[in-house]
Design a protein around this ligand. Structure first.
Ligand SMILES: [Zn+2]
Length: 234
């Protein structure tokens, strides 16, 4: 009791000396608030896709590749909360944002009993040079937490990126890697045989990265691929 009161007091002193700020709106966070203020937490643009009806993320892959189920947690817009959060996660050394979103989405998936068939969770990989530069894969924490909630295995290095190209961000670059059939590669195909895989990414725009990863995974015999992303561009 005494210690918890003391730690609350220390936290409050810290809040005054080193204010913690909301990653959504930069407002000061109060005791009990983590990463997002209460207002942002209530305004975060959840897709609320229900895993029964087909959604906009499923439709991105129609006619391109057979994805069992695709979904995303948030809507991504140019001046939105999802953009701010993912920007801090990717470029400002804030990997805890991925864990925070993964805990939240993982709980939603568990509560809805969606994706309970998943055996293995795999993050979209970074090339090793980019990984070294950033220090972490921005999708890892999110993917790990989702795997925990789904009681699935998390496998970080079973899918690798073989060349240090950007995908998806610029359309003209899209064509360049389309000529590279082995941009992504499964390192131990036997582990994925007969398994239901959940592939995890940060933001789905054109779906090009997911498509390339799923193609690599689907070379394995009797494997299914589902997709979950932090956000989708509507
Ligand atoms: Zn806020």
């Amino acid at each position: 009791m005494y210690f918890s009161k003391l730690s609350n007091i220390i936290n409050d002193i810290n809040t005054v000396l080193l204010p913690r700020l909301c990653f959504g709106c930069n407002a000061q966070l109060y005791r009990g608030e983590q990463l997002l203020c209460t207002l942002c937490r209530n305004q975060i643009p959840l897709t609320e896709y229900n895993f029964i009806e087909e959604n906009a993320v499923d439709k991105i892959f129609y006619g391109r590749i057979d994805i069992k189920k695709a979904s995303a947690f948030l809507f991504y817009s140019d001046q939105g909360l999802a953009k701010n959060l993912i920007h801090y996660l990717k470029y400002k050394n804030q990997p805890q944002i991925g864990q925070f979103l993964g805990n939240w989405y993982g709980q939603v998936l568990k509560d809805r009993n969606a994706l309970n068939y998943i055996d293995i969770v795999i993050p979209v990989p970074l090339h090793k040079k980019r990984l070294k530069k950033r220090g972490y894969n921005q999708v890892s924490g999110f993917a790990q937490r989702i795997a925990d909630h789904l009681n699935a295995s998390y496998m970080e290095h079973i899918l690798i990126k073989t060349a240090n190209t950007r995908t998806q961000t610029k359309k003209n670059r899209l064509y360049r890697w389309r000529g590279m059939p082995d941009l992504y590669k499964v390192t131990h195909p036997e582990i994925l045989c007969n398994k239901n895989v959940l592939l995890i990414d940060d933001v789905i725009t054109t779906g090009a990265t997911i498509e390339a990863c799923a193609r690599a995974i689907k070379k394995v015999k009797d494997v299914s691929v589902s997709v979950a992303a932090m956000a989708v561009v509507p």
